[in-house]
Ligand binder design. Structure first.
Ligand SMILES: C[S@@+](CC[C@H](N)C(=O)[O-])C[C@H]1O[C@@H](n2cnc3c(N)ncnc32)[C@H](O)[C@@H]1O
Length: 328
């Protein structure tokens, strides 16, 4: 593959200026993320020492104190990997991402390695474009690039959080550039096929309709997105000419701070979707903790599904349907 130095620097500067220096109101932020978004602070476009964010995964720095503090959950996390992540290669890739981030393994990274292992077992074959919706510290995006080095990876997130994804993806690949990075802000950008990493601000998520995606991944994110926005996501995801596989792993029900309920089984699934897996996620009903009783139970059951989304051809009807859904 041609080695081009990624232009992450410009993307990070753009996101910093647009979401931290002169923040805009976002129309796709749920009441959950209005609350969490307030806690994010970034002091520059480049230094991770000035970036602080909560709500999209843990990041325990690799220090002696943290290594000691997290011995109990470390043992349990290793047990989960042994049980559910049979691919040694994927475990090595995950360890590489963690090392590049300068952090120790935690459940968020272990969970994503296990999901990646499942995806690679259930969907063998070529995946040319993979879109991760609602990543955290760019972990899944980086992992997928290492597992599928020839694939284009698209990361979609709220502009404020996308800055963290882009920054941490850059940390993984800066010393071994894999190709160009672009911020997709128009249909013309979306038509570009030359990049290794594409970033889409959730504020522009309609651009997903212009990309032919083979696999979408959404872990613990739709459960924090408004139902109207979820409906539109599905419409845009159904439109592309890619394979349109979707790995979706989310709480069956979750109440947002504004009182609305987000329900997995009420996402706009379609009878024509081809279902490859549909069950309670075996490794994600509870997770390790470093304090007794050493397991934290989720607030509600978490379901995961692998489907091939049925295609929707007419984007006009898709958009008007999603507008109707927003009104109802
Ligand atoms: C709980 S975190 C999950 C992070 C990671 N996927 C994991 O499983 O550890 C939820 C993620 O959803 C993202 N998110 C919230 N609203 C979104 C939207 N409208 N579009 C895309 N991502 C969104 C958040 O910024 C965050 O990255």
């Amino acid at each position: 593959m041609k080695t081009v130095k990624p232009n992450f620097k410009d993307i990070l500067e753009f996101l910093y200026q647009n979401y931290y220096v002169k923040p805009k109101l976002s129309t796709v932020t749920s009441s959950h993320w209005e609350k969490y978004g307030e806690t994010l602070t970034v002091g520059s476009s480049s230094a991770d020492s000035t970036m602080h964010g909560f709500g999209f995964g843990n990041l325990f720095k690799d220090t002696l104190v943290n290594r000691i503090k997290h011995i109990p959950d470390g043992i349990l996390n290793r047990g989960l990997l042994n049980k559910y992540c049979k691919s040694q290669k994927i475990r090595e890739h995950a360890a590489h991402v963690l090392a590049r981030h300068g952090r120790i393994a935690d459940f968020d990274s272990v969970k994503q390695a296990i999901c990646a292992n499942l995806i690679s077992e259930k969907l063998p074959g070529d995946l040319k474009t993979i879109a991760v919706i609602g990543d955290g510290f760019g972990f899944m995006s980086s992992l997928m690039k290492l597992i599928y080095p020839n694939a284009r990876i698209i990361s979609v997130n709220l502009g404020k959080v996308l800055m963290f994804d882009a920054h941490y993806i850059n940390k993984v690949f800066v010393s071994a550039p894999v190709g160009q990075a672009i911020l997709i802000r128009s249909s013309e950008d979306a038509a570009d096929r030359s990049y290794a990493f594409g970033f889409i601000e959730a504020e522009n998520y309609h651009l997903l309709k212009d990309v032919d995606v083979d696999l979408f991944i959404n872990i613990a994110s739709m459960q924090e997105i408004n139902m109207a926005v979820i409906n539109s996501y599905f419409n845009y995801m159904r439109f592309g000419n890619g394979k349109r596989y979707f790995y979706c792993c989310n709480r069956i029900t979750k109440q947002l701070p504004d009182g609305s309920w987000i329900e997995f089984f009420r996402y706009p699934w379609n009878g024509k979707d081809e279902v490859f897996l549909d069950e309670l996620c075996p490794w994600y009903q509870k997770w390790p903790s470093n304090r007794p009783p050493f397991w934290i139970h989720a607030d509600g059951p978490i379901q995961h599904r692998i489907v091939r989304l049925a295609k929707r051809d007419n984007i006009e009807s898709a958009i008007s349907a999603s507008e109707q859904e927003k009104k109802s």
